[in-house]
Unconditional design. Structure first.
Length: 252
């Protein structure tokens, strides 16, 4: 569904400014010399390099061993990794360079390449949204149901199609035994949000399933994670951390 929508948008875009997505790739621990770059477009996919090496220390002062991981990756137009095959592709001649960006391929209003700050990118017209409410903050709340509202703005090239919202909880650290529960309790977002428009999602967080805490002050430490299912590809979730006060103290 997302690809068919994106194809339609690309065909109909005349004044799109496009949005940059990083080419997603996670090497194994200890990776060195990481190279991630988009080299060409094939239909609605980007083909490029995703290579690195691992340096192993030698025993007894002997020379270490270098293990190369040369690979070719395929991504969709949102930068999501689709496949990896052995062997690195040959880097083509750059089409252009601007600031930290090296562009290797252009297809219509889309371009792909590498940023010298250490990541590959694909820049293509798309739907996109940003959180207007500051994400990543911390709040001190009592041991009772707490609600919060997060607002988004549709800031891409096309209307944002919203398929749903999900709220999840987690503990911070190791002292808090459980995280409580969260649910989306209200939303002003419909199924389609026009470019420039905003809407809000309200989450109800209930910490009372945390029966007790070993913290001497009766505090528990948790967070919520609010994510949206949209046609904008991978987008950062909204998070907020909590110090929950007044939690019963566990008796050993």
């Amino acid at each position: 569904m997302r690809r068919s929508l994106l194809t339609l948008f690309l065909l109909g875009a005349t004044a799109a400014h496009a949005h940059e997505f990083k080419l997603q790739f996670t090497p194994q621990a200890g990776a060195r010399g990481l190279e991630v770059a988009g080299y060409e477009f094939r239909g609605e996919e980007v083909i490029g390099n995703c290579s690195y090496y691992i340096a192993l220390a030698g025993a007894g002062g002997s020379q270490g061993l270098r293990i190369n991981h040369y690979s070719t990756c395929t991504w969709d137009l949102f930068g999501n990794l689709i496949s990896i095959i052995p062997g690195a592709p040959i880097a083509p001649q750059a089409v252009s360079e601007s600031g930290t960006e090296i562009v290797y391929a252009i297809s219509g209003t889309s371009k792909t390449g590498q940023d010298t700050r250490g990541f590959g990118f694909v820049n293509t017209p798309s739907a996109h949204f940003s959180w207007k409410t500051v994400s990543g903050s911390r709040a001190v709340i009592p041991y009772s149901v707490h609600t919060l509202t997060a607002t988004i703005v549709s800031d891409g090239d096309f209307a944002l199609k919203i398929e749903g919202a999900k709220a999840a909880t987690a503990i911070i650290g190791t002292i808090t035994p459980s995280s409580g529960t969260a649910r989306v309790s209200a939303s002003t977002c419909g199924t389609l949000l026009a470019v420039g428009a905003t809407c809000s999602v309200t989450v109800s967080y209930n910490p009372t399933p945390i029966r007790c805490t070993p913290d001497a002050y009766g505090d528990a430490f948790t967070l919520i994670d609010l994510s949206l299912v949209t046609n904008a590809g991978a987008s950062e979730a909204f998070t907020e951390s909590f110090t929950v006060t007044g939690v019963p103290i566990c008796n050993d």
